[in-house]
Design a protein around this ligand. Structure first.
Ligand code: PLP
Ligand code: ZN
Length: 432
């Protein structure tokens, strides 16, 4: 297929916006709430033509980024902002799998997503491409940390002005990882939910493109690529079970949507994928609702080290609940201590250093396996969404210390002997 035909198909399916609750339709503008019922708006597509034309080969020969799936994304331009986001490794786990007693475990490693080492680069690449199409010159966001990193970095690449809002208690790595790109950073004395409320007001007064507020319908579609990539990387097949972290619940619902769309256009066979979600106990409004059999969310005030997923009033919580229930999945929560153990477990078995959100997800994976809620034979994918170098405070004091020595051979040999003695003292049998 020639480039010209590819770009025609690329823009054919994206139609407009549609209310998830009442179905009211809107032009594809910067709008996220239904004017009739206040329900959330979602991008609508017509995949009928794409179903006839799209092939696996066509996607495989596309760019090595999320933009290989451009015809499934809500943009019209031929030159989307491509900063190499996406196509992160899907790693077949051996040592973690054996430790947990799973036979087919895969790790989707967005800890190395480009350019800012979290899955948020996906949603921001899509949102800023759309922001540019809609004529915005200043972009913004309400962030739990990673989103500010992504928005600031990708805005710079796109030549857009940027002002981001973060809660004032974020980890140093998240703050520095935003400031370095030179945006205006508003550090708000309040939690994420308060930051978000403030931003909704600013969005109405400043005319800025807020990636996760007035551009939210476009932004959230970027997470579908986490579904597409896993399907493609498994050899054009869906997994049996996925485990992913829940903050607003958006990412979780969009992995589901991504799988469904690939089935709909005939790229993969239908399969009943089970969806399990992970939260930190100190911020687990969705897990609580799941446990109590409720179909509404009781907002809570977050208190956990897993700050990147600490959203007390999750916008897509009810949709995430619904998906976990109808797919026969689960939503579980784990303590901060279990989160730290989860970070260490992944690092020590697979050589992947994830942040607190990933620690949460690994700890929930372990908890679900131990409770018999994941079958050892299921092809299970665990989504690691962020990088541990950004949340070093979380594991400070829970890892060893370097051995300080003089630049002399005997000093080294004494230190080595000491460390072996220490190792023998707290040696524990390890299964792998
Ligand atoms: C934002 C974030 C999430 C969850 O995002 P939602 O789509 O709001 O549920 C998960 N992991 C990391 C590292 C994040 O930054
Ligand atoms: Zn509506």
């Amino acid at each position: 297929m020639t480039q010209a035909t590819a770009s025609r198909t690329a823009t054919a399916s994206f139609k407009g916006l549609k209310c998830k609750e009442c179905g009211a339709e809107y032009e594809p503008q910067a709008l996220h709430v239904c004017e009739f019922c206040f329900g959330p708006l979602e991008v609508s597509y017509d995949f009928s033509e794409l179903s006839r034309t799209i092939t696996r080969e066509q996607i495989e020969s596309g760019p090595n980024s999320i933009w290989r799936y451009r015809s499934f994304l809500p943009v019209t331009s031929d030159d989307p902002i491509d900063v190499g986001t996406g196509m992160t490794p899907l790693v077949k786990s051996n040592r973690l799998a054996r430790r947990l007693g799973l036979k087919h475990l895969y790790i989707k490693n967005d800890a190395v997503n480009m350019p800012t080492l979290s899955f948020k680069d996906r949603v921001v690449s899509v949102a800023l491409t759309r922001a540019r199409e809609l004529g915005f010159t200043t972009v913004s966001c309400a962030s739990t940390g990673n989103l500010a990193n992504s928005t600031a970095a990708i805005a710079t690449r796109a030549g857009l002005d940027c002002c981001v809002f973060i809660p004032s208690d974020l980890e140093a790595g998240k703050v520095m990882g935003t400031l370095i790109y030179g945006p205006t950073v508003m550090s708000v004395e309040g939690n994420y939910d308060q930051v978000n409320r403030l931003c909704s007001e600013v969005a109405n007064t400043q005319g800025w493109g807020f990636v996760n507020i007035n551009l939210r319908p476009y932004y959230s579609e970027g997470s579908k690529t986490l579904g597409y990539e896993v399907a493609e990387q498994l050899g054009w097949e869906l997994p049996d079970h996925i485990v992913a972290p829940l903050a607003s619940g958006s990412l979780f619902t969009k992995i589901y949507k991504g799988f469904q769309e690939f089935v709909q256009v005939g790229l993969v066979d239908q399969k009943d994928v089970r969806f399990s979600g992970a939260q930190a106990e100190g911020c687990s409004p969705i897990a609580q609702a799941f446990r109590e059999g409720r179909d509404f969310i009781d907002p809570i005030k977050p208190n956990t080290i897993a700050k990147s997923i600490a959203i007390g009033n999750p916008a897509d919580g009810v949709y995430a609940l619904d998906i976990a229930r109808k797919t026969n999945g689960n939503i579980e929560s784990v303590t901060d201590a279990e989160i730290i153990d989860g970070i260490k477990l992944l690092a020590e078995t697979e050589g992947i250093f994830t942040e607190t959100a990933g620690g949460t997800t690994v700890a929930v994976l372990k908890k679900l396996v131990e409770a018999g809620k994941i079958d050892p034979d299921e092809k299970t994918v665990v989504y690691i969404t962020g990088n541990g170098l950004k949340t070093q405070e979380a594991v400070q004091g829970y890892v060893g210390e370097p051995l300080t020595i003089e630049p002399k051979l005997d000093s080294f040999e004494r230190a080595l002997e000491r460390s072996r003695t220490l190792e023998r003292l707290d040696w524990q049998p390890v299964l792998v």
